[in-house]
Design a protein around this ligand. Structure first.
Ligand SMILES: [Zn+2]
Length: 285
């Protein structure tokens, strides 16, 4: 019975993954090649299949409270690992054609190292992605990714401004915070499944309840809580960039908005609008 419950959890997470990347992409819409996506699906599936196997084994060998706690810890800790740990490493070590190390990124890494004494990997994402983002929680895999259009359409100062924002995320350990928030949120879902699914099974509407459960605990909660946290984090990263670059950072954001044809205007649950961001930035310098 537990195996089935975990399998449902797994499927929910799997389809969530297929639907949208768990990495922090800012508000960019970006597509990966079919080959890359397929490879990631397989890795992700193997990862969860192994986890599922461990859980089923545990359920057979342990009974009562201990297995509940162990399952809780295992599933909760494992779920966000893919986006925050495995995917950055894939970007750095496997997808070298997509995430390219070129003269410009090497120079930017040097600039960060000499100015801030921080070792961070910077790569060019060789796709039509008008955005920059930071990823990777493990020190040597900390990564800032810049889409190709940024190099074609922005000045060196603009690019440095955007890197400062991403560096703000790195310096303030925002990814670790987001990882933690994801673990906590996912844990709530797992524990809720563990205790509520047996109750659903006693009713004639088990299917409906499982559906609603997925919508609330995995859909709504997983979007809402990390989303609201990320919103705060974006302001903090802007502040870091504004402290170090001043008005040049406001210019960088404005130019990025023009380059992305107004992509920064709207904002969303996890991202404040450009207008709000600029107003906050103005308070700093
Ligand atoms: Zn950001």
């Amino acid at each position: 019975m537990l195996g089935i419950r975990i399998l449902i959890d797994y499927l929910v997470v799997f389809f969530k993954f297929v639907h949208g990347k768990r990495i922090q992409p800012g508000n960019a819409s970006f597509r990966f090649s079919f080959r890359d996506t397929f490879f990631e699906w397989i890795l992700f599936s193997l990862f969860f299949a192994a986890l599922l196997y461990v859980l089923v084994l545990l359920d057979r060998t342990h009974t009562g409270q201990l297995s509940v706690v162990m399952i809780f810890v295992l599933v909760a800790a494992a779920s966000p690992i893919y986006g925050f740990v495995i995917q950055p490493m894939l970007s750095l070590f496997i997808y070298k054609e997509t995430y390219r190390y070129i003269e410009e990124t090497k120079a930017l890494e040097q600039w960060v190292l000499t100015t801030f004494k921080i070792k961070v990997n910077i790569r060019l994402l060789d796709k039509e992605v008008v955005n920059a983002y930071a990823t990777g929680v493990i020190p040597f895999s900390k990564l800032i990714i810049l889409g190709r259009p940024l190099f074609d359409g922005l000045s060196q100062d603009d690019i440095k401004g955007l890197i400062l924002h991403e560096l703000g995320h790195t310096v303030r350990h925002h990814l670790l915070v987001l990882y933690g928030i994801n673990v906590v949120t996912y844990s709530i879902g797992v524990v809720a499944s563990y205790y509520l699914f047996p109750l659903y099974e006693t009713t004639p509407y088990a299917g409906l309840f499982v559906f609603l459960h997925g919508a609330v605990f995995y859909g709504l909660l997983m979007a809402l809580i990390p989303g609201l946290v990320q919103r705060r984090i974006e302001y903090a990263a802007d502040k870091f960039a504004a402290i170090h670059a001043g008005a040049a950072y406001a210019t960088a954001l404005t130019n990025l908005n023009i380059l992305s044809e107004g992509g920064l205007m709207k904002g969303g649950l996890n991202y404040p609008s450009l207008k709000k961001r600029l107003a906050r930035i103005h308070e700093v310098y």
